[in-house]
Design a protein around this ligand. Structure first.
Ligand SMILES: Cc1cc2nc3c(=O)[nH]c(=O)nc-3n(C[C@H](O)[C@H](O)[C@H](O)COP(=O)(O)OP(=O)(O)OC[C@H]3O[C@@H](n4cnc5c(N)ncnc54)[C@H](O)[C@@H]3O)c2cc1C
Ligand code: FES
Length: 272
């Protein structure tokens, strides 16, 4: 078996909301514990189409005595995720990972703000769980802003309610929670959060993250974002996932989302 590539067995793969699936996979216990923000490349074992794996964030992970289990929360958007959605219990998947750099943790910061758009809830949910369980954050220290186009695309809420007391829901069409873009809603509240005491973690479509970048440009928040780019190798070999960033000297450089990221400092990414 190649390094970091495991055969996982599907324990369940259920549609939890229209086009949103939760897959639970059993893996050999030698699989390394994923850190929040890391992802896996998933392929259907023994299937040549689609040839390339698809990057999916780790939504939850637990280690038992004889095997470990990992959950992936995913939305069906195209060929690969459609094939994933059709997999039944006991099917085998090839899991390459955990991959990428995780979110940085700043235990001295008193307040954590999460901003998620749609499926961006997946890595942030694992992070919230990690901060509660391993970094001893209290539920009252964490505020979650969750937005989506419509009520049907608000997912993962039951799990979030166990992690944070303060959850703000927004939909573009007002079918659940407030009718607003999640970034606009956060902007209205921004004065509640002192930059020196707060860390912001965000994940969602690039449009949402670029608005956030403009909003926070002249402010001194520590904001980390997890980027979604199309990937080929997933391990830094092909440059297929390169994004433009500004390095420490202000010069333009390219970084690979799969291996240098997917987590970046919001202000280092060039969004135009
Ligand atoms: C680090 C990382 C973590 C991710 N985590 C999750 C997750 O937890 N759950 C989840 O549902 N999705 C996640 N994604 C996105 C997921 O990888 C894509 O939706 C998936 O690869 C699409 O494959 P497909 O074959 O179904 O779609 P394709 O047929 O390849 O494409 C269908 C449509 O989706 C768009 N698309 C494809 N890949 C991406 C992408 N990476 N980002 C944005 N748009 C894309 C295409 O442009 C096209 O419009 C993540 C992506 C990255 C890079
Ligand atoms: S996908 Fe190949 S370098 Fe990132």
């Amino acid at each position: 078996m190649k390094k970091n590539i495991y055969i996982g067995e599907i324990l369940k793969n259920e549609e939890i909301q229209n086009d949103y699936f939760l897959m639970k996979v059993a893996l050999n216990n030698s699989f390394a514990e994923p850190q929040p923000g890391q992802f896996v490349m998933i392929r259907i074992a023994g299937l040549s189409e689609p040839f390339l794996g698809r990057p999916i964030s780790v939504y939850s992970f637990s280690r038992g005595k004889s095997f470990c289990t990992m959950e992936l929360l995913y939305r069906v958007v195209g060929r690969g995720t459609k094939i994933m959605a059709g997999l039944i219990k006991n099917s085998q998947v090839e899991i390459h990972g955990p991959l990428g750099t995780p979110f940085a943790i700043f235990p001295a910061k008193e307040k954590i703000v999460f901003i998620a758009g749609g499926i961006g809830v997946a890595p942030l949910s694992l992070l919230a769980h990690h901060l509660c369980k391993n970094v001893c954050y209290d539920k009252s220290q964490m505020t979650f802003y969750l937005g989506a186009q419509t009520a049907e695309a608000i997912i993962g809420l039951d799990r979030l309610k166990k992690l944070c007391y303060d959850i703000h829901i927004y939909t573009d069409d007002g079918t659940l929670g407030g009718k607003s873009l999640v970034t606009q809603a956060f902007q209205k509240d921004i004065k509640k959060y002192q930059p020196e005491n707060t860390v912001i973690y965000a994940c969602g479509p690039n449009g949402m993250l670029s608005v956030l970048a403009k909003m926070l440009k002249s402010k001194k928040y520590n904001c980390q974002v997890s980027l979604e780019e199309r990937m080929a190798c997933g391990t830094g070999a092909c440059m297929g996932c390169a994004v433009a960033i500004r390095d420490n000297n202000g010069a333009l450089a390219y970084k690979r989302v799969c291996s240098d990221g997917p987590v970046f400092n919001l202000q280092e990414v060039i969004w135009e």
